[in-house]
Ligand binder design. Sequence first.
Ligand code: NAP
Length: 343
Amino acid sequence: MIPTALPEPELFTTASGDPSLGWGIVGPGWIAGEFATAVRASTAQRIVAVASRSLPRASAFAAEHGIEAAVEGVDALVARPDVDVVYIATPQSEHAAVALAAIAAGKHVLIEKPFTVTAAEARTVADAARAAGVFAMEGMWSRYLPQASVLRTLLADGALGEVRSVLADHGQAIPFGPDHRLFRPELGGGALLDLGIYAVQFASMVLGAPQRVTARGRLTESGVDASGSLVLEHGAAQAVLHTTIAARTPTTASIAGTEGTIAFAGPFYNPTTFTISAAAHGSPVLHWDDPTPLRGFAALAWEATALARFVGEGRTESPLHTLDETISILETIDTARAQIAAG
Ligand SMILES: NC(=O)c1ccc[n+]([C@@H]2O[C@H](COP(=O)([O-])OP(=O)(O)OC[C@H]3O[C@@H](n4cnc5c(N)ncnc54)[C@H](OP(=O)(O)O)[C@@H]3O)[C@@H](O)[C@H]2O)c1
């Protein structure tokens, strides 16, 4: 039943018991810059080293973000005793290899989304992390936002009744460029792995693994998926998802059940607002606003503090996004990509 008041979010605000981990960054590109800025501004975590394929690029990034050590290559980074956890922000094609090197050196890993390009690679990384007893988590930052905590409570309380429908999309207009990683098959390019994964993980969070996946889409001239529309079947419930790198879509998400509907304003995977309305008359009954100051990529800080808390609790994976779920999400994406490629 729709509640009369919304639950308070559980926040990953730095707490006195959280370890202040030493972080090493691999892949000092765009998102690594956003992550470093967010971590410095809003957490007690320490970024101690950065690795690039080129020492001058590592040094420039280190100077910009106040990081003490800049090194060339992954091996030099993971050999450092001051690095407890490696944040992997390379293109997805490199995620598995970098993660395996970090895990072999006994480091925890936070791997940018997508965890890896395929579910098979994800299983290899998960097995290695479990065997080494280190912590491994996908940087699916949406899971650690305040709004995700409120949503989890609402769903656990059965606020929507029985969920029947999940709708989510993520589209951005990215001009075609043969050198851009998103258009390069060998770097794990394409809409689904980069943008659609947010919609797939949203559906997975609500409905779990689908029984059947049906996908149609279109490829770019370079052979990656430009757009895709997915139907995921879950017994009485369906998820309908869309993603594209060819157009800016509303990037909204909603969950509808027998008693009510939650609708997230776009972009739903960022800090945003939502309404929850009763199925009987449909008018918004409650409106949620993020009470914290973190907006946009400043909110990457939540996942860093979450990881430190989980490590401090002695965990080896995120209770909010397990390695098995990470693998299952990539299985859905594998199936959808194969269907789109087959035409
Ligand atoms: N969480 C989010 O909201 C978010 C947003 C954007 C992207 N991402 C994810 O973050 C990752 C990086 O994306 P990005 O947009 O930051 O990419 P980017 O700007 O191209 O940066 C990637 C960096 O990886 C390094 N790298 C290592 N091997 C490479 C290779 N074979 N080819 C190209 N670069 C290589 C490069 O640094 P050096 O050459 O200096 O080593 C490059 O600067 C992707 O997995 C992406 O899906 C997440």
